[in-house]
Design a binder for this molecule. Structure first.
Ligand code: ATP
Ligand code: MG
Ligand code: FE
Length: 333
């Protein structure tokens, strides 16, 4: 089974071909980061324009790399949401046009289901499992008892983890996107600053990062007013430690409570070295629970993950109409 995946929810234009939901035949990603950098974040209109310019080229390149014709495909999977509506529309319309022209089934995919299914490109998924999804727009603990079944047992009540990284990076005058810079600096500093951890109510698997972000900004501001200097490396290390402490502690607790066989890491923040190491160390203490962390290129936005998720949905009989519309607020469950 060959599935073409298309992803345009944010600032990468991506197309990929995946065989049997596991094997990557082609995985093309055109990133727009350079265009958004000078604005310090993703500008929706700029994103849409880039997608329009890139989408055909990216799909053609993927088909060429996979050495396949459209007649050899079995389905087209596309990100329906969530994301920027103008950006999503470009991918959805391209997918619909190709599905119509080549008489291929169309399968709509949730972007976060895609991030989770990136793991299936690495190893077989074993149920029940728990996925920690940490990205620019999401921070969620998702319980899956079987393929295609998603139960969100915890989520952020304010900022996503990646969003907190990017906002704190901005306060530290680091370039966008700030996550990788903070990650790097954190390894050069020491977590000497006292920053809060939002554990929330007892037993809750929800997250909150806006208080931590404000604490960083206030600490920097107060130090500046007193004429003191704070080492940027130490602030990065302290912030990162606080984020990771909460993410890892809640993930381990949920993994135990739900008796899962696997813990999957997903989303752009899964690229974080500190998070990967901490999770590996803590998970080693849990017997019989396997930890899966995809390579960096599959953690950030790509279309192979959309094709992987689409293949499973397709196998379970999911078909989308040609009247499919982008849905910026699409729910996972
Ligand atoms: P969503 O998937 O929720 O729609 P998105 O697609 O914009 O959001 P991703 O592309 O999955 O998000 O991830 C981008 C985020 O990952 C950014 O916030 C970026 O700062 C963060 N990030 C990337 N690398 C690292 C890292 N090493 N440490 C921390 N954060 C990182
Ligand atoms: Mg992105
Ligand atoms: Fe994403």
């Amino acid at each position: 089974v060959y599935v073409l995946g298309i992803e345009t929810s944010c600032d990468e234009t991506a197309a990929a071909i995946v065989k049997n939901g596991k094997e990557i035949m082609a995985n093309v990603v055109a990133s727009q980061i350079e265009s958004h950098k000078r604005f310090g974040g993703v500008v929706p209109e700029v994103a849409s324009r880039h997608h329009v310019e890139q989408i055909t080229l990216v799909i053609e390149k993927a088909m060429h790399e996979a050495n396949l014709s459209f007649a050899e495909l079995d389905a087209i999977a596309v990100t329906q949401g969530p994301g920027l509506v103008g950006a999503l529309l470009i991918g959805v319309n391209a997918a619909k046009a190709l599905a119509f022209a080549h008489q291929l089934p169309l399968v709509a995919v949730h972007h976060i289901a895609g991030h989770i299914y990136a793991n299936r490109l690495v190893t077989e998924m074993k149920f029940p499992l728990l996925a920690l999804v940490v990205s620019g727009g999401h921070t969620e603990l998702v319980y899956m008892k079987e393929h295609g079944s998603f139960e969100v047992i915890g989520e952020t009540r304010d900022d996503a983890a990646g969003e907190a990284y990017d906002k704190v990076a901005r306060a530290l005058r680091l370039p966008y996107p700030g996550g990788p810079h903070i990650d790097r600096l954190a390894h050069e500093g020491r977590a000497t600053l006292d920053l809060p951890r939002a554990w929330l109510e007892d037993g809750s698997y929800d997250f909150s990062f806006s208080g931590l972000k404000s604490a960083v900004i206030n600490t920097l501001h107060n130090a500046e007013q007193r004429g003191e200097t704070i080492e940027i490396q130490d602030m990065a290390a302290s912030f990162q430690e606080s984020v990771i402490d909460v993410l890892v502690t809640k993930t381990i607790k949920a993994a135990q409570e739900y008796h899962v066989r696997q813990v999957l890491l997903a989303g752009g923040v899964a690229a974080n070295r500190g998070l990967r190491t901490a999770l590996e160390q803590k998970m080693a203490e849990l017997q019989e629970v396997e930890l899966v962390i995809p390579p960096l290129s599959l953690c950030t936005d790509n279309a192979a993950m959309i094709a992987a998720a689409g293949t499973i949905l397709f196998a379970h009989g999911k078909r989308s109409e040609l009247s499919l519309n982008a849905d910026p607020g699409l729910e996972l469950e």
